[in-house]
Design a protein around this ligand. Structure first.
Ligand SMILES: C[S@@+](CC[C@H](N)C(=O)[O-])C[C@H]1O[C@@H](n2cnc3c(N)ncnc32)[C@H](O)[C@@H]1O
Length: 194
C-alpha cells in the first residue's frame, strides 16, 4: 500500500512557504515550456505547478491537469478560473483505465510528488508514455529518500535509481538528473522517436 496524500489537506500544497523548496519557476525551467504546445501535469493536485505552467506555454498552448481526485480537480478548476486561465484542462484519471487524453497529445509531462503514491503495477508509466509525442520530455520530481523537514515518511519514498529502472524498462530513454530544490530529486526522460 503506497502513502496517499489526503485531498482534505489540499490547501497545504498551496502554502506560499513552499516556494522556498518547490519553486515552480525552478522546476518548470527544465521543461522548455516556451516551445511547449501541450504539457500534462500528471497528479496535478490543486495546481501548484499547473497554473504557473499555463502562464508559461506559448499562445495556444494548453495544460492537461490530470488527477484521480475529483476534490483536487475541483479546487484546481476554481483557481484556474479565478486566475483567468482558460488553457488549463482538468482531466479525471482512473488508475486502472486509459486516461482521457489523446495519444501523443503532449510535448512534455510533469510528474511532481506523485510517483511515490502510484501503484507500481498500475498503467501509470505506460499512460505517461502514450500521451507524450515521440521525442516528448518527461520530468519526474519526487522526495529524496532521506529525512527532510517536509514530505512523506522516508519509508514511503521511492529511490531515484528505482524510478530510472522502471521508466527505462517501460521504454523511456533516461536523459539525466536536474536540480529541483533541496529536498527533491529531478529526473528527465525522453520518449524515443521510434
Ligand atoms: C502530493 S499531491 C502533489 C500534487 C502536485 N503535483 C503538487 O506537487 O503540488 C499528489 C497528487 O497525485 C494524485 N495521484 C496519486 N496517484 C495518482 C495516479 N495514479 N494518477 C493520477 N494522479 C494521482 C493525488 O490525487 C494527488 O492530487
Amino acid at each position: 500500500m503506497t502513502h496517499q496524500f489526503d485531498p482534505a489537506h489540499a490547501e497545504r500544497l498551496l502554502d506560499e512557504g513552499r516556494r522556498a523548496w518547490h519553486d515552480p519557476a525552478q522546476v518548470l525551467r527544465h521543461l522548455n515550456l516556451e516551445r511547449c504546445t501541450a504539457l500534462a501535469d500528471v497528479g496535478c493536485g490543486p495546481g501548484w505547478f499547473a497554473l504557473e505552467a499555463a502562464r508559461r506555454v506559448p499562445p495556444g498552448g494548453r495544460v492537461y491537469a490530470v488527477d484521480l481526485s475529483p476534490e483536487m480537480l475541483a479546487l484546481l478548476s476554481r483557481r484556474a478560473r479565478a486566475a483567468g486561465l482558460e488553457n488549463v484542462l482538468p482531466v479525471l484519471a482512473e488508475e486502472e483505465d486509459e486516461w482521457p487524453v489523446p495519444t501523443g497529445a503532449c510535448a512534455a509531462a510533469l510528474i511532481a510528488n506523485v510517483y511515490h503514491e502510484v501503484d507500481p503495477a498500475s498503467m501509470f508509466v505506460g499512460e505517461v508514455k502514450r500521451i507524450l509525442e515521440p521525442g516528448g520530455l518527461c520530468l519526474l520530481v519526487d522526495w529524496k529518500p532521506e529525512a527532510t523537514p517536509v514530505g512523506p515518511p522516508v519509508s514511503a519514498r521511492v529511490a531515484p535509481e528505482d524510478v530510472v529502472a522502471e521508466f527505462t524498462a517501460a521504454g523511456f530513454d533516461y536523459a539525466g538528473p536536474c536540480d529541483v530544490g533541496p529536498y527533491s530529486y529531478g529526473l528527465r526522460f525522453v520518449k524515443p522517436r521510434q
